[in-house]
Design a protein around this ligand. Structure first.
Ligand SMILES: N[C@@H](CCC(=O)N[C@@H](CS)C(=O)NCC(=O)O)C(=O)O
Length: 343
């Protein structure tokens, strides 16, 4: 795409460092703008197969969790997807449909994710983020509420689940899963960003300590549990996995000197590989894209990823055997489908 062409419908992207830092240098994430829930009733988004399109990006764990759950539940026919990425034109204009012919989403007919946000709200001023669920009939973003999106797919979209789909959000565990997800959000999922975006050493230290303390707690849980809630994968495991997949591959570059890597946590690392074996996790985890190498190798001081991304077999590493099944009373099954004895 030429710069001229780009400028005609692109808008500058609002910057986190201008809008999402408090006076003490702590990162405060913007609120999700489109939070209308899916479900029955006038004030909700109707549940219909083929009506919605999920926009996500390979590097973004907030959106990756939704793409994994969509495939785990067999919702590929009911909810279509497309990927966005950033252009290499040096302009900060946010997500573009660059995987598509002419850089245009074939269903929605737009080049920039931002267009779908402004279709929904003409003066939308926030960052146009993924995940974004777009109503194909109106070409408007209708939900970007990454907090609850996977839960909508698990509950409200149940009529479209494949036969034998896993129950990732069993009724009797919902309260506990919600609570755990909140812990994961503050300490791990957003915890990494609080450390990476902190602009005062005080804010950084707080976030860093919180993050590693949470990882220590998780390591302990996974010493006895195969997955966070025992023998079967739940929504919380998806949320933890997507951050783990980015830790030693990408986040380490911005986190500063690491106390330890994910591969140094015996239980967490085995657990991450156990999940990676599941096709829906593997198919939606683009390790090489996460590693991202966009630097220049020909100068002396080059970042680790740029030097080595083509020499490290990330997929091989993530596929090394583990013995996590020994921690389960139902070692052959990773999912509760409602058919087994109980959760
Ligand atoms: N919707 C949330 C979280 C989702 C999010 O931050 N997604 C990132 C990618 S991981 C994104 O789309 N960023 C685009 C941008 O900042 O322009 C937010 O507003 O902070």
């Amino acid at each position: 795409m030429t710069t001229e062409n780009l400028q005609s419908n692109a808008n500058p992207r609002p910057k986190e460092i201008e809008h999402e830092l408090d006076e003490k240098g702590y990162f405060n994430r913007q609120k999700n703008r489109f939070t209308t829930p899916f479900g029955d009733g006038e004030s909700k988004l109707p549940i219909e197969a083929g009506r919605y399109r999920l926009i996500w990006s390979k590097g973004c764990h907030w959106s990756n969790r939704t793409s994994i759950v969509r495939e785990l539940l067999g919702l590929e026919e009911a909810i279509s997807v497309n990927l966005v990425k950033h252009g290499e034109h040096g302009q900060d204009v946010g997500w573009e449909f660059l995987y598509d012919e002419n850089g245009t989403d074939p269903v929605l007919g737009v080049q920039f994710l931002r267009e779908l946000y402004t279709n929904a709200e003409q003066n939308y001023e926030g960052r146009a983020t993924v995940p974004a669920v777009v109503d194909i009939t109106t070409k408007k973003v209708v939900n970007n509420d990454y907090v609850w999106l996977t839960n909508y797919l698990e509950n409200e979209f149940a009529p479209f689940h494949k036969p034998g789909a896993p129950d990732l959000y069993p009724i009797h565990l919902r309260e506990a899963i919600d609570k755990y997800n909140d812990f994961l959000f503050h300490n791990v999922n957003n915890g990494v960003y609080k450390a990476m975006f902190a602009r005062s050493i005080e804010a950084y230290n707080d976030a860093y300590n919180q993050l590693f303390s949470a990882l220590d707690t998780i390591e302990e849980t996974l010493d006895t549990n195969r997955f966070l809630f025992g023998d079967y994968v739940t929504d919380s495991d998806v949320r933890l996995f997507v951050t783990l997949a980015r830790f030693d591959t990408d986040y380490f570059k911005y986190l500063g000197p690491l106390r330890n890597r994910i591969v140094d946590f015996k239980n967490i690392w085995g657990y991450a590989r156990d999940l990676y074996e599941i096709p829906a996790f593997k198919n939606n985890t683009y390790l090489r894209d996460i590693v991202k190498s966009n630097g220049n190798k020909s100068i002396l001081f080059v970042d680790f990823n740029t030097r080595f991304w083509d020499q490290i077999d990330y997929e091989g590493l993530w596929s090394t055997p583990h013995d996590r099944q020994t921690k389960s009373a139902d070692p052959e099954q990773k999912f509760f489908t409602g058919q087994a004895g109980g959760f």
